[in-house]
Ligand binder design. Sequence first.
Ligand code: NAP
Ligand code: HSE
Length: 430
Amino acid sequence: MKEINVGLCGLGTVGTGVVKILQDHGNEIKYKVGSEITVKKVLVHDINKKRDVVIDPEWLTTDPKELVDNPEIDVIIEVMGGIEDTNLLMERALKNKKHIVTANKDLMAVHGQQLLKLAKANNCDIFYDASVAGGIPILRSLSDGLASDKIQKIMGIVNGTTNYILTKMTDDQLDFDPVLKEAQSLGFAESDPTSDVGGLDAARKMTLLANLAFKMEISLDDVDISGITDISQEDIAFATSLGYTIKLIGIASIQDGKVEVSVEPTLLPQDHPLAMVKNEFNAVYVYGEAVGETMFYGPGAGSLPTATAVVSDLMEVIKNINLGISGNEYVTPQFETQLKTNNEIFTKYFVRMEVDDEAGTFQKITNIFSDEKVSFAKILQLPGSKKETAEIVMVTHQISKQQLINSLENLKGLSVVNRIISYYRVDGEE
Ligand code: NAP
Ligand code: HSE
């Protein structure tokens, strides 16, 4: 069997975990793949930084060419992050016939299809299982274990930072800002956490999941994204009193060849399996036509969980090298991407508004909804925070997104409605 030399780009949270796993599980890994694995070079920013693993100082370099142009190196493990410069580097590595393992969802969501095509053209593999839901082997499950099924719906908690924040806001009534700082110090959050709390990180992961599940070329622009920054303690309290938990949920669903991919705060029944996923944990619920419901649960981030997925991908690369079957990862998308319109997206909605507390208000509001043929499953009215106002919270039956948009627009024109405070998707109910 061929000896495998690895170039590791990045020795931060994930890179350190990769080195630890290669050191601590080296014998088992060698037994399983039949090849000796040697780390030849490690790309870092700062050679003098103190590291959490024992490594040969000779490995370290700040020059990427020592990895991607190095004829001794067979596989590049990219765990440094970044998009455009990293893409150029990975293109160069592929042209130099190096296989790639990456944990970089930002890169794969933007340039993944081109990199996969380039890899195939160069008979190389590029695996990226760690990029979605860290330690949960969800991409591999979709491409291998569930390959024979037709996937109809995926619902995922795929961002650990936002799940951590929402858990602490719900269970401990803590405020958003201090909990975000805690998530940053625990190492889940991105260096710029706006991509976590704004939903972009989850959206990138959902495009990767949707493309694998539906065999299309769905881009980030096709994803409807909203984050968690506007969720208040009052929203959470109302949701709780109505029997729901608020989670940032990524949804990818297909019907009659048309898809919806979205990331948005969503109310789930408190006994829904995804509602019980707490703290930084991730979970992905997959509904397949034949298999029915399945759920994958585990750590979505962190050094060793993410590194486990990276090293497992490395092992897959090595198995393919030894079998002489590298370069078959990319399959031309089978279907043209067709997005559902707002008239074709059906769900329930939670709507919360502040209104004048006077006779006739309620009827005016219900008239607006009934003009749009919207009916309600739950209604709650409480005194508002200001004098002579009330807060009304409604949960609709299943309606189209367009019906909701029209109703909200018409409500804004009613003088008795002071403001629409919030509205969220409600999912996961019969
Ligand atoms: P990190 O802790 O910030 O580490 C990044 C590493 O890359 C550092 O060692 C840094 O060098 C090096 N680096 C970055 N840019 C470089 C450049 N231009 N040239 C040379 N070296 C460079 O990041 P991380 O958390 O390990 O994340 C790495 C990747 O994995 C990202 O794509 C991230 O999205 C993904 N990911 C992370 C997690 C997680 O739990 N952290 C989970 C899933 C996926 P220095 O050490 O010298 O600064
Ligand atoms: N910032 C990401 C999260 C890290 O919170 O899930 C893992 O991709």
